[in-house]
Design a protein around this ligand. Sequence first.
Ligand code: KG4
Ligand code: ZN
Length: 379
Amino acid sequence: MARILGIESSCDETAAAIVEDGRTIVSNVVLSQVPVHRLYGGVVPELASREHLRAVVPIVRQALEQAGMPLAGIDAIAVTHGPGLVGALLVGLTYAKALAMAAEKPLIGVNHIEGHLHAVLLEERRQGRPDPPLPAVALVVSGGHTQLYWVERAGEFGYSYRRLGQTRDDAAGEAYDKVAKLLGLGYPGGPVIDRLAGSGDAEAALLGRIRLKGNQLDFSFSGIKTAVLRQAQAAGLETGAAARRAAAAAHPAGGLTWEECRDRCEPATLNLIAAFQNAVVGDLVERTLAAADATLEGEGPPPAGEAAQSIWVTGGVAANRALRQRLTAAAARQGLTVFAPAPGLCTDNAAMIATAAWPKFQAHAWADSGLRAFAQLAV
Ligand code: KG4
Ligand code: ZN
């Protein structure tokens, strides 16, 4: 049995977790920096680094306390080393290196995207279910990423990931956050839009389909954000947005609850929100299923003739209820099951990092003190 301490600091969550054999969460601590970045409607890199510096030691200590074990009881330390904000990554990485050296524990470098993918495996294992069947088509969709992967087993312990498509501009979560900012809905935008979309009529505001030339498994979300802005301007919805922004700033909790937001939104704003979510979710579902379909038809880009056995969805936006429902229903029509982590494991956490490190632990794939942080890092 191996207990791996995972440390994650790639964006705006400082997180530490202990996971046993890539399947049992012994402890899982996540400190969100949302209150710090809310004022700016997005993550401010310098502030993120400063907050990680403040939090990393107490958060790791808390993960050990929650697990009721000393550092000596840990078998390896896993840390995210990219992709992400370099200043933020360096805080977790430097601390992990120092800890590994002081406690004489092996160090394992983990790719953040691989972490999100392994959150899918962690969910099934902690529920006592078998791993999802492979090969799989996996959608990683968050504030920083929107990518489709072809996931297969590779070697005795590992996995291989082939990127089928990616966003050409904004990530889907980034579009949620920017639309929320322009409509005065607060930060982060995903959870509040997820709730508010149910109160609007998606058909009442028209946002066209997202069209792309070339690889149909790519994504693009910057156009839809601009379309929302244009419609908001044309319908005179900016006054309401400014009023909500002012109310949020004066709010004792630092922001409006989603119900307060709903009560302060005019019907046209709620319709626009519903149309935005409908368009983004529809696009994500369509392209993900196309990735699985292409393999059935042997068209590529995945290995011709090889069929996906499951569909995975993970990352912060995978917490979205409409996305989970629509993807599950559409995949079922294709005879495929969708696998997704519980919402708390979709957003950034360190349990997914400790889980992704488990095959590397088995393969003794240790990192040394030269392990570097990378803003861009392919899985
Ligand atoms: O995975 P994550 O915590 O961080 C990154 O790696 O980016 O994802 C955060 C993103 C934010 O953009 C947030 O608005 C979005 O995930 N998000 C959601 C929901 N919950 C979080 N988007 C849509 N619906 C949600 N329920
Ligand atoms: Zn993430």
